[in-house]
Design a protein around this ligand. Structure first.
Ligand code: UDP
Length: 330
């Protein structure tokens, strides 16, 4: 089985490539290296540097390689940036996916698994969140991901391209090898920012608000290990290969942790006091996001294996401690 992974040099993409290769698949990676890293490209994968918005390039890849299915991670994913630069998100996430689907249809590729997000729900009406709950994104990032899902739905109906949309909650952690991990520039995510403190790169961590209606006043999130996310993509591709119909699945642990609990766990793992300071809320942050992943468990047979927060932070620390500047200077 030969799988094309778009965005295979990024955080979740590189972990999925690793798991695909371990499971015996052949992998072709496309990445424009705008936010991905050459060093994260698996040595056993074929690599094409280019952009999914480039129709001739995508046609060239499909014509050169005989691809059985596509896993699509190639997107921008920063909520704050999407608020100040929404058209960048419409261009890369939405227009990029349109060009990709054009090329897939023309080249008779009819299976795609792609990254969606909990941000498609917006402020949830109830917890845990089910796939059938209302989708009211509160930022252009979530909006473009929801539009991608809808584009896939109509493309499926018109041309028979089947899809699985995976709505991730908070991706975190790193591969057990410690060779690949999270490296964003700028970094905006909680766990890597916390770990910059014991790494000597920041004095303290800011807590964005402690006046939420949660057990300690700080926001609750569902943290899911990147290797578990990677496994879900493989299961989703197998599901499509088995001829099953298009579907949407949440991917989370079903357990929520507050910002303070995450900081406390990081103190324990790193044995560092990690000073924290409460600052004002970050706009657009819902108080609580917790997934119901029962559908993925039941239909895909997904079973997250790294659900323990301490284990997740240990794996992240193993990466960040040894790569304080990410892929730079390694
Ligand atoms: N957060 C925080 N301080 C930081 C970064 C994040 O308190 O320096 C909080 C943020 O408000 C949210 C949670 O940590 O409640 C997770 O944020 P992150 O950006 O990692 O993921 P998101 O939930 O926004 O996808």
């Amino acid at each position: 089985m030969k799988i094309l992974v778009l965005g295979g040099a990024g955080y979740i993409g590189s972990h999925t490539v690793r798991e695909l290769i371990k499971s015996g698949s052949q992998v072709v990676i496309v990445d424009n290296l705008e936010t991905g890293y050459k060093e994260a490209v698996h040595p056993d994968a074929a690599f094409y540097q280019g952009d999914i918005r480039d129709r001739a390039f995508m046609d060239h890849v499909f014509q050169k390689e005989s691809i059985d299915g596509v896993i699509h991670f190639a997107a921008n994913s920063l909520v704050g940036e999407s608020m100040t630069n929404p058209l960048k998100y419409y261009d890369n996430n939405l227009y990029g996916t349109k060009v990709l689907l054009d090329s897939m249809v023309a080249n008779h590729i009819d299976k795609i698994v792609f990254s969606s997000t909990a941000a498609t729900y917006g402020e949830p009406e109830r917890i845990p969140i089910l796939e059938t709950d209302p989708t009211e994104p509160t930022n252009p990032y979530g909006e473009t991901k929801l539009s991608m899902e809808k584009m896939m739905k109509w493309t499926n109906q018109a041309y028979g391209v089947r899809y699985v949309a995976l709505r991730y909650f908070n991706a975190c952690g790193a591969d057990a090898s410690g060779n690949i991990g999270e490296a964003h520039s700028p970094e905006t995510h909680l766990i890597p920012l916390i770990l910059q403190v014991p790494n000597g790169q920041r004095d303290k961590i800011s807590i964005y608000g402690e006046d939420y209606d949660t057990k300690d006043g700080t926001c609750v999130r569902d943290y899911i290990h990147v290797t578990d996310l990677a496994q879900a993509h493989i299961l989703a591709m197998k599901y499509l290969m088995d001829g099953k119909e298009s579907a949407i699945f949440n991917l989370g642990n079903g357990v929520g942790f507050t910002v303070k609990e995450v900081i406390e766990t990081a103190r324990k793992v790193t044995n560092h006091p990690i000073p924290a300071e409460v600052v004002s809320r970050r706009s657009g942050d819902p108080a609580k996001l917790i997934a119901s992943s029962e559908k993925a468990k039941k239909i895909l047979g997904w079973n997250p294996e790294h659900a323990d927060l301490e284990e997740i932070i240990e794996s992240a620390w193993n990466w960040h401690r040894n790569h304080p500047h990410g892929y730079k200077n390694i």
